[in-house]
Ligand binder design. Structure first.
Ligand code: ADP
Ligand code: MG
Length: 637
């Protein structure tokens, strides 16, 4: 231990500075023996005051080379400035420190001791590194945040920082975006009609005052697309600038999802509505078809009676027209209630158009010219004939309504052969229905096939949705071409069926009507009006008629009489038409049968179809019944 030459320096004023200094300081003699070390030095070198006084400072230097260099430098320059050395602490920790050394002279200029400070570089580096790390972490937090983040400088009113998401949101690169002010990226007016710059300033001021306003906003990206978003503003701490941070959440997807949900809920409601209509229609159709059969049937009979009284004849015709219209309405409603239909068969659209033509002309009125142009080469399609009639009727009625001041309606068919990529040849039938009426704007065309969409004050909006459903059921397609004021063309396409062409309408002259004369017919129908009508019709055909309301009575009667044909209602209280027929067929396998019905539910329908029984739908005319009977007697003479 070397004595500190206290007598030669005034240690008393120096000691407090020495003790309280932040840096690590040692005082050594000129040989490096440690005389004093302050608390930071003891901490740095991981030793105690007693221990350190036993040591030479060079013992803490890691390598010999350093010791020599320090001594050389000190001897040469008198001082050592920020000299970087590696030291090893008492416990063996290696540190890099900056060493500053100064000699302490006495009054004669003789070096008494050396004052050395150590600055721990590794801890500075550590602090710097951790500062840098935390900066990078913060940067990453902002840069990869799920929301768009912008920092607005209030002095320039432009962004001074933006993250990746902000660039994506506005579809701009960083450079572009940094020159922008938020107002440039906002429409002049907000959806509520307020001026956007005024509202923006209010919100920004709220944030500057220490608030954290959250609000809905509209931004515009570089493509001009409007982005509904939610923004939160907050003031960022900064020494001499006023900075406001905005976090912007793009709400377009969420809003879209909400709208989609709303739409699907509406669709669900729509479906429920349709179901209700279906049930209602099913319920009333059965009874209504009976009444209509009677109304129309007697009209037909009356017209025959009133042959020579034009005035009364015309009146009855009016009743008949009204009845036809009602029956069309029932059929339209039924389309919704019947999910499945009787089996389709091969149908020639041309024949149906021809058959419907007279009725169509009736529907249309005289100020509209009807042109029918049928391609004789079209193939047959798989369909239910009444479907085609209904499609035609609905489209023609719309055409008429589009031409209140007259015009031209054209119905055209066209055969169309085409080849698939595979080389397969296909055949389709085109059906065009065009009018020269008021036409439609594009927005209307987009909606016309929706149920309940109508532009008419008394419209139902069910016409085209029915057509659409029917066409789809036939694996066909429908397109509309129209322009406001320029008329409308509906183009329907149906796939041609492979089956043989079948004449689905019985040409009246093909049959010998006399073959019905004298035949014995039994009719079972619980509705007295319909029953009486059939009796009247059959008598007109020269048939002998037995009528009853009870199926069991029929079975009784058959025991004694051999009838030529049985006409049976489908739905009766005692037993169904199908059950009755099955029962009778056990004893009379060659029985001729005709089922009449207004409306059948699915299980009933399947039974009838399984047995291959001919069916006549109510309401039917005398001519319909006649054709059906002639067909049956031709098939089974
Ligand atoms: P409705 O006839 O009861 O309005 P539809 O479903 O038959 O219902 O038609 C829906 C809408 O389509 C009509 O209200 C009308 O705006 C438009 N539309 C249909 N056919 C035509 C046409 N031939 N010309 C012009 N507009 C039509
Ligand atoms: Mg319509």
């Amino acid at each position: 231990m070397v004595d500190f030459p206290e007598d030669e320096i005034n240690i008393s004023w120096y000691r407090p500075i020495f003790q309280q200094a932040q840096e690590s300081i040692t005082i050594t003699d000129i040989k490096g023996n440690i005389l004093m070390a302050n608390p930071p030095a003891l901490i740095l070198l991981e030793t105690t005051e007693d221990e350190i006084k036993q040591k030479n400072i060079t013992e803490f230097y890691k390598n010999e080379e350093t010791k020599k260099q320090i001594i050389t430098k000190l001897q040469k320059n008198g001082i050592l400035n920020d000299y970087k050395v590696q030291i090893i602490t008492k416990t063996g920790t290696e540190l890099v420190v900056n060493v500053n050394a100064n000699p302490i002279y006495n009054s004669q200029g003789k070096i008494l001791a050396i004052h050395t400070t150590f600055i721990d570089q590794s801890s500075i580096a550590e602090t710097r590194r951790s500062l840098r790390d935390s900066e990078q972490r913060n940067r990453a937090l902002v840069e990869h945040a799920p929301e768009a983040i912008t920092v607005l400088d209030m002095e320039t009113m432009t962004f001074v920082d933006v993250n990746q998401k902000a660039m994506e949101l506005f579809k701009m690169d960083r450079q572009e975006l940094l020159s922008k002010s938020p107002i440039e990226l906002t429409p002049k007016y907000l959806p509520d009609g307020k001026q956007s710059d005024i509202v923006a300033l209010e919100k920004i001021n709220e944030a500057i005052a220490g608030g954290k306003p959250i609000f809905d906003w509209i931004h515009i990206d570089s493509t001009g697309r409007k982005i509904p978003c939610q923004i939160q503003l907050i003031r960022l701490p900064h020494a001499n600038r006023t900075l406001v941070r905005g976090s912007i959440i793009d709400m377009s997807e969420k809003i879209e999802a909400e709208q989609k949900l709303k739409r699907s809920q509406m669709e669900l409601n729509q479906e429920k509505k349709m179901e209700a209509i279906g049930r209602l229609a099913g319920g009333i159709a059965h009874d209504f078809n009976n009444t209509l059969t009677v109304i129309l049937g007697y009209c037909e009979l009356l017209k025959l009676e009133l042959y020579d009284n034009q005035v009364l004849y015309d009146m009855v015709s009016e009743i008949e027209q009204a009845g036809n219209k009602s029956s069309e309405l029932v059929r339209q409603l039924l389309t919704f209630s019947r999910k499945e239909k009787p089996a389709k068969r091969a149908v020639d659209i041309n024949l149906i158009i021809e058959e419907t033509a007279s009725l169509l002309q009736h529907l249309i009125g005289e100020d509209i010219i009807v042109e029918i142009d049928l391609d004789p080469n079209i193939g047959v399609i798989e369909a239910h004939p009444t479907d085609i009639t209904q499609i035609l009727m609905n489209l023609v009625i719309n055409a008429r309504e589009a031409m209140p001041h007259g015009g031209k309606l054209k119905i055209m068919t066209k055969d169309y052969m085409w080849m698939r990529g595979t080389g397969e040849l296909h055949e389709s039938v085109f059906l065009f229905i065009s009018d020269t009426g008021i036409g439609m704007e594009d927005e209307i065309q987009d909606q016309i096939f929706e149920p309940f969409f109508t532009t008419k004050s008394s419209g139902t909006g069910l016409g085209l949705s029915t057509v659409y459903g029917l066409v789809e059921e036939l694996n066909g397609s429908i397109k509309v071409e129209s322009e406001a004021g320029q008329g409308t063309t509906f183009q329907l396409t149906f796939p041609v069926s492979d089956s043989e062409k079948v004449d689905q309408i019985v040409p009246e002259n093909k049959f010998d009507e006399t073959m019905l004369q004298g035949r014995h017919i039994i009719i079972v129908e619980d509705d007295a009006y319909v029953r009486n009508l059939v009796v009247k019709f059959a008598e007109r055909f020269g048939m002998e008629v037995t009528a009853t309301s009870s199926p069991t009575e029929v079975i009784e009667l058959y025991k004694t009489t051999d009838y030529d044909i049985i006409i049976s209602d489908m739905v009766m209280p005692e037993m169904s038409g199908v059950e009755l027929v099955s029962h009778l067929r056990d004893s009379y396998p060659d029985l001729r049968v005709l089922i009449i019905t207004g409306y059948m539910n699915q299980p009933q329908l399947q039974k009838v179809m399984a047995k291959g029984l001919p069916v006549l739908y109510k309401p039917f005319t005398q001519q319909n019944l006649l054709n059906m009977l002639l067909q049956i007697f031709t098939d089974i003479p």
